[in-house]
Design a protein around this ligand. Structure first.
Ligand SMILES: [Cu+2]
Length: 391
């Protein structure tokens, strides 16, 4: 996930409204009634929209698609790891695919029931605003959850899960912040990894708001606009493990609580799609691969395995919510997912210590390889779920 902290700049500036609506609607109508092949990206028949992502360019083979499931085939033709985003109004993330290595390709399916102006972005090096372009979605669809009871209950169940995680996270993080404010360093250190697990379980939902994630989970060396302070869990982590509590640590704690409550309010109103659940399940495993197994995330406390466990929990919850729909569409995939999740659980169990985990600094290269193999083996069947529920 690109790490860039914007000043309170409204993403709306990016979303210029291209008044192509009427002409495009006419085109879409013509497309529906003619024998012409369906437009690209529409439900698999016209084939995915091709994205050539290099270090300096982001070529998207179509600038519009009809509402519904839209698929992108993203090829990294550059020399840096990259990622691809589809943004809605206010830079809300409609879909993203991360961690695409040079020469590799990944598919992204997004469900966009509502026509309008969107933005595509490639982010070479996974930093910055990305190379952006307007993307128009024409027409409207009812949305898969209104047409499929299994998908509707999957989304409703997963949203209950995320809301309950966010609520529990607020309560545990308040305990953590209270310990920080009381200057109780040992208690705050003990609460730090546990209080973060709720956030890490629902990170795809939290990230989709674009501005909350950098404030809550940003790293010290993230790009920031002038005047934007480093806040959130990791700022307090450094205060506790490296610099000692600072005069503004209490205020940073209060800001963290305010941001989590903001997340709670927004998450309660967001309408997720089944494809977002599936993409989120894969994103969480990408997070493990790029942030936890590398020790990149919890650099001062080295409590990365708590986050690792939480990311896998969140991935498992999204897959479990979709399981009835998965079983209906591909009865063979469910048991494979169960086995691969069990394999990851078994690997992680070996690193338990007390009611937590060993520190990242105690892991050998062999340990990290074992973890990478198990997470990659799980990532493969999980990456099939989006295509399955989109069909
Ligand atoms: Cu994180």
């Amino acid at each position: 996930m690109a790490r860039r902290i914007l000043a309170a700049r409204d993403g709306a500036k990016r979303s210029s409204t291209v008044v192509l609506g009427a002409a495009l609607a006419m085109l879409a109508l013509a497309a529906c009634t003619s024998t012409a092949p369906p437009p690209p990206g529409a439900g698999g028949q016209g084939g995915p929209i091709q994205v050539q992502a290099s270090d300096t360019a982001c070529q998207v083979s179509a600038t519009e698609a009809p509402a519904g499931n839209i698929s992108f085939a993203v090829q990294n033709t550059g020399t840096k790891v990259t990622e691809f985003y589809v943004y809605g109004a206010g830079d809300r993330i409609v879909g993203e695919v991360e961690n695409i290595g040079p020469g590799l390709s990944r598919q992204l399916i997004v469900e966009v029931p509502q026509g309008g102006q969107y933005t595509t972005a490639c982010k070479p090096g996974m930093v910055g605003d990305g190379i952006r372009a307007p993307f128009t979605v024409t027409g409207n669809t009812a949305g898969s959850t209104s047409q499929d009871a299994l998908l509707a209950s999957a989304v409703a169940g997963y949203q209950r899960y995320t809301n309950s995680q966010i609520e529990a996270g607020i309560a545990r993080t308040q305990e953590f912040v209270d310990a920080v404010k009381a200057g109780n360093v040992e208690q705050a250190k003990a609460l730090f990894p546990v209080s973060r697990t709720y956030w890490e379980r629902v990170e795809p939902v939290a990230e989709s708001f674009g501005d909350i994630d950098p404030r809550v989970d940003g790293r010290e060396d993230d790009e920031r606009d002038p005047g934007v302070a480093w806040t959130g869990y990791h700022r307090l982590e450094k205060d506790l493990w490296v610099t000692g509590l600072q005069p503004d640590s209490a205020a940073i704690g209060d800001q963290l609580m305010a941001d989590l409550r903001d997340l709670q309010t927004r998450a309660a109103t967001v309408q997720l799609t089944p494809v977002q659940l599936a993409n989120g399940a894969k994103e969480l495993l990408d997070e493990v691969a790029t942030g936890k197994i590398t020790g990149e995330e919890d650099r001062y406390s080295h409590t990365d395995l708590w986050d690792f466990r939480a990311n896998v929990d969140g991935s498992q919850a999204a897959v479990a919510a979709l399981r009835p729909a998965i079983d209906q569409r591909d009865p063979a995939l469910g048991p494979t997912l169960d086995q691969r999740f069990a394999d990851v659980d078994a690997v992680l169990e070996q690193y338990r210590s007390g009611d937590g985990y060993v520190l990242y600094t105690q892991l050998t290269e062999q340990d990290k390889q074992r973890m990478t193999q198990a997470v990659d083996a799980l990532g493969e069947p999980v990456s099939q779920v989006a295509g399955l529920v989109a069909a």
